[in-house]
Design a protein around this ligand. Sequence first.
Ligand code: FAD
Length: 537
Amino acid sequence: MIRITQLKLPVGHTEDELYQKIAKILRTDKKNIKRACIRRQSLDARKKPDLFYSYTIDAELSLPCSKTFLQKAKNVQLVVLGEDCYHFVKPGKQKLLAPPVIIGTGPAGLFCALMLARHGYCPLVLERGHDVLHRQKTVERFWQTGRLDPSSNVQFGEGGAGTFSDGKLNTLVKDPCFRNRLVLEIFREFGAEEAVLYQNKPHIGTDALCHIVRRMREEILRLGGDIRFGCQVTDLILEQGRVCGVVTGQGERIPSQSVVLAIGHSARDTFSMLQKRGIPMSAKAFAVGLRIQHPQAMINYAQYGQETVESLGAADYKLTWKAANGRGVYSFCMCPGGYVVNASSEPEMLAVNGMSYHDRAGINANSAMIVTVTPDDYPCKDSLAGMEFQRVLERQAFQAGKGKIPVQLYKDFLNGRKSSSLGDVLPQMKGGWEFGPLHQILPPALTEALREGIQAFGQVIPGFDRADAVLAGIESRTSSPVRIWRDDQMESAVKGLYPCGEGAGYAGGITSAAMDGVRVAEAIASRYQPFDGKTQD
Ligand SMILES: Cc1cc2nc3c(=O)[nH]c(=O)nc-3n(C[C@H](O)[C@H](O)[C@H](O)COP(=O)(O)OP(=O)(O)OC[C@H]3O[C@@H](n4cnc5c(N)ncnc54)[C@H](O)[C@@H]3O)c2cc1C
């Protein structure tokens, strides 16, 4: 195959124009192109409103190019397909006495289970929440009535925290073993659009994600795995420094010598159980803040130089600022054409997050404006101090909004007064909202940094610091407040226990959590033979 990089075409170009461009670069006739596949597509908006795509293309020709041409040609090289793809590990020798147990069906747990099921390990997956169909109902009911189901909500249930999200799949995690590509290919296999394989910033959207996780579940079951919903793991069975099984909320004792802890960043009761059981872990830095909303058209104009670009859809942004008090302020989990959602999972506590549907057609853009907090910010030095810090903020947010999402306009946040009416920006929320004093929730240094950061972002995106920008809070679940220690065999000091994904402190986001799930599956498979289906004592 011939790989062409930095092939530029105006946004809105046709497929034929792409083939013409390939033919021109390779100095050949269009008819000579047997096939061409997009490896990468990124947007170049430096000359907005003139917008371009920059492509990496793999092309196969009927009549090959001359060696001399290939040596001289810029951004053109020969590649051997199949060299840069993922390979699973060879199975280990040790015998499994019982199936591996995976706790959680978020991206980490689900990808770990799928990889193990595909290689004959018949994993048993235990999920405290409901299956995705049932979960959609409990979440919709919560958003309409405020009645929270602590076991099935935006954080807990089939698909994990990312199910009700924008489903952004980009990650900064390095990928020497092509696990990132594998994860995207698996999302594609179970229903995501082909574009996720090559877009610079791929996204799925919550409406598509729900079907994808259900199909992945069906595949794991078809391959001999088992998945139980409404099945919370409430304890570990430990003997002489190794795990021998788990105990469920129903009191069932399930034997296993390999247990994957893919529990996510919100499993606070499980973190407490692990601490009681002496599982080595420590407090970890994360970030907290508020979600801000602006008219999507305003963001499009800033990023594209036009209010709408049909073929591109809603624009996104990424912003960072260093405040005078040394705190870093940055935008996080930006949701173009999206909604601010009530993402709470504990009674009388309120946390927000953001989501978009696949079409990103909402009238507002939103993102979290967040500031890093470290164990120095937590009053006590306990490994779960960060978790308690989150709880304090969420309790205040719950009170500030009288049980609903507290909202404040930027001008009032700046001047420390409660809002009483909206401007032109109409809040797009999933869950009830109420005006509340957000400026009183966060520690003063963080509030100060946010005020300054949003003002500074107004220099980058005109109108970002507009008086009627809508703030909502509290954004507290940006990543895990703890790290559960593991060695390079992916194992805790307690043998057979595999901390995995975001909750354990080894991932941040859907794709990196899924990649970590694949790594843990490799660690288990490289130690054990596939499970022969006969559980032994
Ligand atoms: C609203 C929202 C929007 C988001 N948007 C994006 C986005 O667009 N892109 C992105 O990359 N990331 C996004 N994220 C973050 C992303 O969802 C997480 O990083 C990712 O889901 C982490 O995966 P995980 O498998 O490690 O944990 P989780 O997805 O949190 O899954 C953990 C699972 O374990 C289960 N569990 C916990 N404790 C137990 C127990 N004791 N017994 C049994 N089961 C248990 C939980 O119910 C849950 O289903 C978003 C998060 C939220 C909440």
